[in-house]
Design a protein. Structure first.
Length: 510
């Protein structure tokens, strides 16, 4: 396997199995700007796969610095079928950064196409600044995290040309990566070799040779690129074994899981020396499979028109976000303290497992983003609660009684109930408290539905602007059955903290 980063080589006019990554930024970049350097990394399979290459690129107009957009090549070896994970970090300083420190990040998990040179755009956007997507996710429109595999749809034929003399002839504005005078070469057989180009030497690459130059990023550059350590006779640390010339942790390394060379399949991780396929959703979330349903109703004006919606699969919290879960975000410094009053649950003894309330829309969204998730869309929420328009409540069509936390049916409540207290009210997907408990913030601005009967809208996100956000599900204080119907919707100003309002989070499956 020889996936390496480098300049666009001579011979790119001849299509070959290669990805050309085009990194651009809508944020100000260069010395003293918002983005001052890039860290570009390539791994095999996914975000937890073996690191093939990593480089730090200083941005600017001075000598030794690079402008944007920037193109780097990722050349495949013999294993074309295995996907490649690519990450571009926009850093606030000139010396690179980690993912946790980055101003903005963008990722992709894509596959090579045999015999084709394809271009992959990675754009660093203002909308995605400080977004907290998982390693195998990318930040998409609306700041939502989605599987990085969707970047496969962004691939397009590469139309740049580099002439045989090494003169860059890529489209205007694109610049090849500048090379240090000492360049490490990954030959795909775990053998490193140095080549002295000279200070002003032009780099000319033979298109038939499966190599790419790697920028020197320090004394560990060779190790990052998958090259063997300098001391082939080194004793491995505890818990690792020597595979060829490199120490590997066979307990967790998916390329050497349980023994040298025992690679896990794509999408698997290595846990306790066993290749394991992770569940599609994190613990505490349920997978809501892709499907279609009729959203809204034919009887309530605010819920009309009843219209078709087609949704992709997503994960949704099994319960409303609890006080203890939100408290972890506050402790981490990612969330602000919620409102406090006699009916707010924050800092009230005995309510750790009650739903958090007294949070505004932005505070609810910030919590979900801290978890690498988002607020669900209104259509996602309704689909998860009812599945089909023939179902009035999450549990079916029976009138509400003891299936939920509410004040109807002669039950007068003074506050919320602990989550999971009413399993008879679970939705068909096993979600608790989709009726009663607290109203739940969703992502959408409030506005009339735009879908029409007889057709399906794909993954709708609601109006592009508005003055109020939608809340769903009803509350412990409701007494009227119609208020806790799955199709019922209400609005609330996004800056308001209300004792009746909390949230649950959604995210894309792994």
């Amino acid at each position: 396997m020889a996936w390496t980063l480098g300049t666009l080589a001579a011979g790119c006019e001849q299509p070959r199995t290669e990805l050309v990554v085009r990194v651009d930024s809508e944020l100000a970049w260069g010395v003293g700007a918002t983005v001052q350097s890039l860290v570009v990394s390539v791994r095999r399979s996914g975000g937890d796969g073996p690191l093939r290459d990593r480089r730090t690129i200083v941005l600017g107009a001075a000598a030794g610095q690079q402008p944007l957009p920037l193109r780097v090549g990722v050349l495949a070896g013999e294993d074309v079928a295995t996907p490649v994970w690519i990450e571009a970090l926009g850093c606030g300083g000139p010396n690179g950064c980690t993912a946790a420190q980055a101003v903005v990040a963008q990722r992709a998990v894509v596959r090579f196409t045999a015999g084709q040179t394809l271009e992959l755009p990675l754009r660093l956007t203002a909308e995605c600044v400080r977004a907290t997507c998982a390693n195998d996710e990318r930040c998409a429109v609306g700041r939502r995290c989605e599987p990085a595999t969707r970047a496969q749809l962004d691939l397009r034929p590469f139309d740049g040309i580099v002439d045989p003399m090494g003169t860059d002839a890529t489209p205007p504005g694109d610049t090849p990566v500048a090379m240090d005078t000492s360049v490490a070469m990954d030959l795909g057989a775990d053998v490193g070799r140095a080549m002295d180009l000279g200070a002003d030497a032009a780099l000319v690459m033979d298109a038939a040779v499966d190599v790419r130059p790697v920028m020197d990023v320090g004394t560990d550059a060779g190790r990052d690129a998958g090259l063997p350590p300098a001391d082939d006779g080194a004793v491995c640390p505890s818990g690792q074994v020597l595979c060829g010339s490199t120490c590997r942790s066979v307990q967790v390394d998916p390329s050497h899981c349980g023994g040298c060379g025992r690679a896990c399949s794509s999408g698997q991780t290595c846990v306790a020396a066993v290749c394991t396929t992770p569940p599609p959703c994190p613990v505490g979330m349920r997978l809501i499979p892709a499907g279609m349903f009729e959203m809204g109703s034919t009887t309530v004006a605010d819920e009309q028109p009843s219209h078709g919606v087609r949704l992709g699969a997503f994960c949704l919290d099994e319960t409303e976000v609890t006080v203890s879960a939100f408290g972890a975000c506050v402790t981490a410094g990612a969330c602000v303290t919620p409102g406090e009053s006699p009916t707010c649950n924050w800092r009230v003894e005995g309510r750790d497992e009650h739903p958090i309330n007294c949070v505004d829309w932005e505070e609810a969204r910030a919590y979900c983003q801290w978890r690498g998730a988002t607020l669900p869309t209104e259509s996602q929420w309704e689909y998860a609660a009812r599945v089909t328009s023939s179902r009035t409540y999450p549990w079916g069509n029976d009138a509400p009684g003891s299936q939920l936390c509410w004040s109807g049916g002669g039950t007068n409540r003074s506050g919320t109930c602990a989550v999971r207290s009413f399993p008879l009210g679970n939705s068909p997907f096993g979600l608790s408290d989709m009726a009663g408990g607290v109203w739940e913030w969703v992502a959408d601005w409030y506005g009339p539905y735009t879908g029409s009967a007889g057709s399906y809208v794909l993954d709708p996100t609601g109006p592009t602007s508005g003055s109020a956000r939608v809340i769903r599900g009803g509350t412990w204080d409701n007494t009227v059955p119609g208020d806790v119907r799955a199709a019922n919707r209400f609005l609330l100003m996004p800056l308001l903290r209300d004792v009746h309002v909390g949230m649950r989070c959604a995210r894309a499956p792994r």
